[in-house]
Design a protein around this ligand. Structure first.
Ligand code: RUB
Length: 319
């Protein structure tokens, strides 16, 4: 078996441990890692080079299962690798990864402009977790001169809400941080719930950070519209053929700290901790999915998915 470059192994480790997190950042890092693998390769034949690249992609693929942006990124980059010599293959892999990364940035900027059109001057948004796609909508609204305020859910257990709060404060947005269980109480002050997505299924279901579905149900109950900012790289092509999206289960240590664990586990019989990282919000709770191709009601996202992915769900890291 070929070894992956140590820098690629480090990036895979950073993704698995969430040093690098969020679907877009994971896709960007995975593409960058493939470029590193290609650039640093000392393969002595095109076949050996392709084997190394496959192994690198497999290592990256196996880090986290829910954000489809990761396999989509690997697929996109590897689809465009061509050449008859190792040098040609290296050059084309690096160019393909860089093109992918450029498109990722541009898509986020474009979807931000679309999402910003839904926000009015003076609106209050509620956020969950930390999504660069969702935040790009807020940023674009600010750039349009709108005043926006934010109620930011903490997002247990990893508290990615703190990252969101920090970023919004840097942009001058007044922020109120609340614990997750306070969300419903604050919804009557909110004009839009704005979240991101790790994957979007063919039926328009949105897979995002655990707690999104409860927030969406509450928001619907309160009549607050829910907008999902998601680049098309978040569309999950396997769901076109009936596959479901795997929900990552993370370690219980994220939920229970050392002292808490000792106290509760004084009587460990029948005691378990479950820590699902994501949940599924059915399409009926979502008002709009905002992409770089425009906004879509969730039920029609399948049209875009077919157009962009067709039956292209191959797994080049397994070839
Ligand atoms: C992050 C999360 C984000 C999406 C979208 O989960 O659920 O809402 O990944 O983010 P985690 P982005 O912190 O477990 O990776 O819009 O930046 O792609």
């Amino acid at each position: 078996m070929t070894d992956v470059h140590p820098d690629v192994a480090d990036i895979a480790d950073d993704i698995a441990t969430m040093e690098i997190r969020g679907a877009a950042a994971i896709a960007n890092a995975a593409a960058g890692a493939l470029a590193t693998q290609a650039r640093e390769s000392d393969a002595n034949s095109p076949a050996a080079f392709r084997g190394e690249l496959r192994q690198a992609a497999k290592t990256l693929y196996e880090t986290r299962p829910t954000a489809v942006s990761l396999p989509n990124a690997l697929r996109f980059v590897m689809a465009d690798v061509s050449g008859d010599t190792v040098a040609e293959l290296q050059e084309s892999a690096v160019a393909s990864a860089e093109a992918f990364q450029r498109e990722l940035d541009q898509a986020q900027e474009r979807l931000g402009e679309v999402g910003a059109n839904r926000l009015r001057d003076g609106d209050v948004v509620m956020t969950h977790c930390h999504s660069t796609d969702a935040l790009s909508c807020v940023k674009a609204a600010l750039d349009q001169g709108k005043h926006i305020e934010a109620i930011v859910k903490e997002t247990r257990p990893r508290k990615q809400g703190h990252i969101t709060a920090e970023e919004l404060r840097e942009w001058g947005v007044p922020v109120t941080l609340v614990v997750d269980s306070a969300a419903r109480r604050y919804l009557d002050r909110v004009d839009h719930v704005v979240v991101g997505a790790d994957s979007i299924a063919a039926d328009g279901s949105v897979i995002n950070k655990i707690g999104t579905s409860g927030l969406a149900v509450n928001a619907r109950d309160r009549g607050v519209p829910i907008m999902v900012g998601a680049q098309t790289i978040k569309l999950h092509p396997d769901t076109l053929t009936g596959h479901t999206v795997e929900i990552e289960m993370r370690d219980e240590s994220e939920v229970l700290g050392g002292a808490e664990r000792e106290r509760i586990q004084g009587d460990p019989d029948g005691f378990t901790v479950e820590n699902p990282a994501f949940d599924v919000t059915p399409p009926r709770y979502v008002d709009a999915i905002v992409t770089e191709r425009g906004q879509f009601p969730p039920e029609s996202i399948v049209v875009l998915m077919r157009e962009l992915f067709g039956r292209d769900t191959d797994r080049p890291w397994e070839a």
